[in-house]
Design a protein. Structure first.
Length: 158
């Protein structure tokens, strides 16, 4: 298949940047499906290719496929509103991930061991660790301040 262009995309689909919804120009129906139930991104099929809708949103709005990863600012991979998308590196995209489902403290990046609280996060392959702390609130403040300092606009605390 030839490289998909903005012009060809706009012949096939309409994108509403306010809602993030794509509709087929042929059928008038909304497009988007989950290709794999383990992957939460929405896809559509163009030709023989399954393409992520957030990549199509970028192509639709900029005229180019993203040259790096795209980050969903609010952490919802099905929310493809233009205001919710930004370019990201592998590292910055990971910084915006939510709390792990295995987390037992309820605070992202904080764990308890031997009755003490510890914090950790990564930045560009380097691991940062803090603690021990006697109380969860102090550990939470420390990790939040560190993420703000090192992750900037990509810092996500929940």
């Amino acid at each position: 298949m030839n490289k998909l262009t903005q012009e060809r995309l706009k012949e096939l689909l309409h994108y509403d940047p306010e809602t993030g919804v794509f509709t087929s120009k042929r059928t008038g129906k909304q497009v988007g499906y989950r290709k794999d139930r383990r992957k939460p991104y929405l896809f559509t099929k163009i030709g023989r290719r399954h393409i992520r809708l957030h990549h199509l949103a970028w192509l639709y709005m900029t005229g180019e496929m993203p040259k790096s990863q795209l980050d969903h600012i609010n952490g919802d991979p099905t929310d493809n509103r233009w205001s919710n998308l930004r370019l990201a590196s592998h590292f910055t995209n990971n910084w915006n991930r939510g709390r792990a489902c295995t987390n037992k403290t309820g605070v992202k990046g904080v764990w308890i061991q031997g009755g003490k609280y510890y914090c950790k996060f990564e930045r560009k392959g380097e691991k940062y660790r803090y603690g021990p702390f006697d109380d969860l609130e102090l550990a939470e403040l420390v990790i939040m301040e560190a993420r703000e300092k090192y992750h900037g606009e990509y810092a996500r605390h929940e």
